[in-house]
Design a protein around this ligand. Structure first.
Ligand code: HAM
Length: 423
């Protein structure tokens, strides 16, 4: 039997799990600081919620199958369609705006590269009901807050920001039909990943003339807002919106993390406005997180649109990044008390002591087998025990236990009350 998990998926042994829990705790804490509430949904969804026709990678990478009842289902590749479904389900009873977050496991049959696997955990923060870029600013502030908490600086990572309205403006000028817009975004997202000729050929297949393609690619190469304003005009909606967003993020004190980059469009069809992605300045990793505004997703599900924006932030690339920067924490196993009975007759007493310590909130490893005391110390060492609580006949007869602090080596006899209070 194959002992490894399926290719691209991970087992989480306790050592790995401590790291995963540490990351989740940071994600949850930042979400709490921004007053986001947690939600969840099933990992298995109807396939149809992921069927979009813009040629996105995510659709081609779907883990989908027919269940025993003949229904087409899929493992979620992302959380946004589930969230949209839940928002529509609540309908008018939902008091807007909502600030919701989740940490789903997502599945994509992806070509594996550094930081990309076939399953990953993805921190999502989404806001529904705010049409203004104040919402995007709040999300960008949350991302920067997380980076700071993890010890990262703007010298390590940055967040590239643009708006699909930049591309929209150029396409409108060029007379490209609106229904080709999502497809064009998905193509342009591959700018860095594909040879230029391939992209040019794909854009030509969308119906663009060579000069139009040149104009499009020229605009996409703009890397500062002044230049964009000079190119498309100061009162262009994208310029107005982006200027306001950059000002707001500076007001939060996070301006240093942002840079404008017109080539950012993101590869998901549903984004409609501001889009962003965090990147490592060493340029060795793929996007650390990505998100944007998607004001029209609900109507594609047959509902009434509500303005929305959000981001997804994966665990895999984050671990790679923190490893590169020497910022991964040491998280040894840790137990407060090892409780050990010298003789089997003292097991009832040991159980009683363990229960009292646990009721006091201490992590207790009660030795379950009759072993020599040497084995108990070896065990304590392995599991990161901080105190050894020994039950010996004479001491117990006097209502005491022997306690050894395993960090200092100090030993003393304590009553049960003293034991609960002492460190
Ligand atoms: P996405 O850009 O497809 O967006 O993914 C967001 C993040 O998830 C990526 O930047 C990366 O950190 C992580 N990620 C994606 N695929 C993989 C993979 N195969 N292996 C490891 N990590 C991965 C979305 O999924 C949108 N639904 C995000 C969103 C939420 N937009 C609005 N709200």
């Amino acid at each position: 039997m194959q002992l490894q998990p399926p290719r691209g998926t991970r087992d989480f042994f306790p050592d790995d799990m401590r790291l995963r829990s540490w990351i989740f705790a940071h994600w949850r804490e930042v979400a709490r600081l921004f007053a986001f509430e947690e939600y969840d949904a099933p990992v298995l969804e109807s396939e149809e919620i992921y069927i979009r026709k813009a040629g996105e990678e995510i659709t081609a990478q779907l883990y989908s199958f027919e269940d025993k009842g003949g229904r087409r289902v899929a493992l979620r590749p992302e959380m946004t369609p589930s969230l949209a479904r839940m928002v529509l389900q609540k309908g008018r009873s939902l008091a807007l705006p909502i600030r919701w977050f989740s940490i789903p496991q997502c599945w994509r049959y992806e070509r594996m590269t550094r930081g990309r696997k076939r399953e990953h955990y993805q921190w999502n923060m989404d806001l529904f009901g705010v049409a203004d870029v104040t919402a995007e600013a709040e999300l960008l502030a949350a991302i920067a807050t997380l980076f700071e908490r993890l010890g990262l600086t703007p010298a390590d990572v940055g967040i590239r920001v643009s708006s699909r309205k930049v591309l929209q403006g150029v396409m409108d000028d060029l007379g490209v039909p609106a229904e080709r817009f999502a497809e064009a975004c998905v193509l342009v997202d591959k700018l860095d990943k594909l040879p230029r000729e391939t992209l040019v050929a794909d854009l030509a297949a969308l119906g663009l003339e060579p000069e139009q393609i040149e104009r499009l690619l020229d605009t996409l190469s703009i890397k500062d807002l002044e230049q964009l304003a000079a190119s498309v005009g100061e009162d262009d909606p994208a310029v107005v919106e982006l200027r306001r967003l950059f000002r707001l993020v500076s007001d939060y004190g996070f301006g240093e993390w942002l840079c404008f980059d017109a080539s950012i469009v993101r590869g998901l069809a549903y984004y409609t406005g501001v889009v962003f992605e965090a990147f490592d300045r060493g340029a060795t990793l793929r996007a650390i997180c990505g998100g944007g505004r998607y004001d029209h997703l609900l109507s594609t599900f047959g509902g009434k649109d509500i303005p929305a924006c959000g981001f997804g932030f994966g665990d895999v690339v984050l671990v790679e990044l923190l490893g590169d920067k020497g910022l991964l924490p040491e998280l040894p196993p840790c137990v407060d008390d090892i409780v050990f009975a010298f003789a089997e007759e003292l097991r009832p007493a040991a159980c009683q002591v363990a229960t009292k310590l646990r009721a006091a909130g201490r992590r207790v490893d009660l030795m379950l087998e009759s072993k020599k005391v040497k084995a108990a110390f070896k065990h304590a060492d392995r599991v990161g025990g901080r105190r050894m609580v020994l039950l010996a006949p004479d001491e117990w007869a006097r209502g005491k236990v022997r306690v050894k602090n395993l960090e200092t080596g100090a030993e003393r006899d304590l009553s049960l009350e003293e034991l609960l209070r002492a460190d």
